[in-house]
Ligand binder design. Structure first.
Ligand SMILES: Cc1cc2nc3c(=O)[nH]c(=O)nc-3n(C[C@H](O)[C@H](O)[C@H](O)COP(=O)(O)O)c2cc1C
Length: 231
């Protein structure tokens, strides 16, 4: 079921606010998937494209998205992944989101991510100097490996949200997953060769599929408790 109706008007696609709000209300943490319903490759490609197109601080794209469909590896992480409450084979897809480690302004990773912008050597040096000051003085992420990893991990949550919202817009369910032992999941997946543990670490996961049952009411604080306008 496609929740969003696109009106192609002079090549400008318009989506009504009501349609978007409906998608946000439809999106609920899904803990029970219908094992008989699997997401098509085209729909998963769409969801992953939303991740790839997501914004990140200074355009660093400090992430990778590992679609973990292998049943043997899924079973291996199950004992340390208490946040996935249903059997591993009920969900349609599991995406493990990795965040970059050591994404310092003076790393090859950073330089490479800047090269895609086609900067001149002078612009490159000026930009790196700006990012040095940004990472050192402003957001102070160079004080520990953890702080630097967490900064990249924060970026991945933007992609996480975009994937879930975009999925909801075409009627696909999801559940973000932080409920797991990070050290163990990192160890198992790195041992399985999914990534180089010196370069990447698991930031979070997200399950996708189609709900097997209705999801109960959404609980949210009232707007006046969480939104403040300073005029
Ligand atoms: C970053 C993050 C991690 C989460 N981890 C888990 C998890 O491991 N297992 C789970 O069942 N739900 C998890 N949730 C789902 C939340 O419990 C749920 O989003 C919240 O209660 C609000 O409900 P709603 O998503 O249905 O609106 C997580 C949510 C977020 C945003």
């Amino acid at each position: 079921m496609h929740l969003i109706k696109l009106n192609n008007r002079e090549d400008i696609m318009t989506i009504s606010k009501q349609d978007v709000l409906e998608a946000f209300k439809f999106r609920s943490a899904c803990r029970y998937y219908d094992p008989a319903k699997k997401i098509s490759k085209a729909d998963m490609d769409y969801i992953l494209e939303l991740a790839r197109l997501s914004p990140s601080s200074v355009g660093s794209e400090p992430w990778k998205f590992v679609v973990l469909q292998n049943p043997v590896i899924r079973e291996k992480i199950k004992p340390v992944t208490w946040g996935i409450k249903h059997p591993m084979d009920e969900m349609s897809h599991l995406v493990v989101i990795l965040a970059k480690k050591n994404a310092r302004y003076d790393s090859d990773f950073f330089r490479t991510s800047l090269e895609k912008r086609g900067l001149t050597p002078e612009q490159m040096e000026a930009t790196l100097a700006r990012y040095k000051s940004f990472q050192t003085d402003d957001i102070k992420v160079l004080e520990s490996d953890r702080a630097l990893f967490d900064w990249c991990s924060k970026q991945t949550y933007i992609a996480l949200a975009n994937m879930m919202t975009g999925a909801a817009m075409i009627g696909i369910d999801s559940c973000p997953i932080e409920g797991f032992n990070y050290a163990e999941v990192n160890r198992i997946l790195a041992e399985e060769g999914l990534f180089d543990a010196d370069e990447y670490g698991v930031s979070c996961m997200v399950t996708f599929g189609y709900r097997a049952r209705e999801i109960t009411k959404k609980y949210r604080k009232p707007a006046e408790d969480v939104i403040e306008w300073i005029e």
